[in-house]
Design a binder for this molecule. Structure first.
Ligand code: ACO
Length: 319
């Protein structure tokens, strides 16, 4: 039986760093409020002209190189993003062209912060079926382009970046399971407005969020999701080595860690430096912890994410 495993990871953050103090000059907020309510201290924002695929290309090349592969070895691209550079061709195809690995399937999907987990789940099934050999799974976002920089309830949260993993076939299970969910009854609590209905002079599309309502559902659904992942694999929470959560709010992450009875030292936290990068947040956190040596081969990781839709999901991974 063929399984899929994560061969390697990569990520990219734009050079420009915006601190909470910088945001104090834009909206009525404070460093203290942002730190205590969200855990965010700073975030990276893309340069003018730096697009989602530009960032994804850096992350993808780093992952491919770390896997000891060439871009031409990639035969499948699944790309999670809610901030595509173009409506079409999709970001997967644009990335494929940059990498020069033409011919295999390449697509993007818009499942907000759960985008990477949705992409991972699909790629895992293709590798396990033998239809893909080397799958590139990307989460990349330029949320700064859909952030309302006059709205203090969202401007302090969102940021830019990209993360990627390469999946390859393996005789032993790497991706043990993925579980995906969506519940459209919550569509009005977190969405990107239509062109012409957003804020600002040009009424560009903007993120609109009912933060405290989103918070409550996120904690409940993510809690159920991590229980579901462990139960499906017949594993106790004590088996986990690391939680690699979506970096939306430190208080949501702490609630999930408490449920898993995991000390915070076993939780990969990047929110303080990255903010909420939506589909990029889980692969960014994963790559940070792989590269600094915390996550090692053979360890058991639980990845989870929750976002607009609502969409959410988990992946249990033997790294
Ligand atoms: N600075 C100062 N005060 C603020 C700010 C700010 N930036 N933002 C809001 N406030 C005020 C509010 O106006 C309110 O004031 P009031 O009591 O006088 O009315 C007070 O702070 C509390 O506001 P809440 O919205 O209740 O604050 P909360 O503790 O819920 O924190 C937050 C807000 C950080 C947004 C939190 O609700 C959250 O993280 N929600 C979940 C976000 C999330 O997980 N999103 C999903 C993924 S994102 C995606 O899919 C794209």
């Amino acid at each position: 039986m063929i399984h899929s495993r994560i061969a390697a990871t990569g990520s990219y953050l734009p050079a420009k760093v915006v601190s909470n103090s910088d945001l104090e000059k834009l909206v009525d907020t404070s460093d203290e409020w942002i730190r205590t309510r969200t855990g965010i201290e700073r975030r990276h924002i893309a340069a003018d002209g730096e697009g989602t695929v530009d960032m994804a290309e850096h992350a993808a090349r780093r992952a491919i190189e770390a896997a000891g592969l060439k871009p031409s070895d990639i035969d499948f691209i699944a790309f999670g993003t809610t901030t595509p550079d173009l409506v079409f061709p999709n970001c997967g195809v644009l990335l494929q062209q940059r990498l020069g690995c033409l011919g295999g399937p390449a697509f993007s999907l818009e499942t907000a912060c759960a985008g990477f987990l949705y992409a991972l789940s699909i790629a895992d099934k293709y590798v396990r079926s033998g239809e893909a050999r080397r799958a590139l799974v990307v989460g990349a976002e330029r949320l700064s382009s859909i952030t309302d920089w006059t709205d203090r309830t969202t401007a302090i949260l969102f940021a830019d970046g990209a993360g990627a993993v390469v999946l390859e076939p393996s005789p032993t299970a790497g991706i043990l399971s993925t579980h995906l969910h969506a519940d459209g009854q919550y569509k009005d609590l977190l969405y990107c407005s239509r062109p012409g209905e957003g804020s600002g002079v040009n009424r560009q599309p903007r993120i609109v969020m009912s933060g405290s309502e989103v918070f409550k559902v996120a904690v409940t659904r993510l809690g159920q999701s991590v229980d579901e992942a462990l139960a499906a694999n017949g594993l106790d929470r004590s088996a986990l080595d690391w939680l690699v959560p979506h970096q939306a709010n430190i208080r949501i992450i702490q609630a999930i860690a408490r449920r898993l009875e995991l000390p915070m030292e076993k939780v990969i936290l990047t929110i303080q430096d990255h903010g909420n990068t939506s589909a990029a947040s889980v692969p960014l956190a994963l790559d940070a912890a792989v590269r600094d040596g915390r996550i090692r081969r053979g360890e058991l990781l639980l990845l989870e994410a929750f976002g607009g839709g609502f969409t959410w999901g988990s992946a249990l991974v033997r790294y």
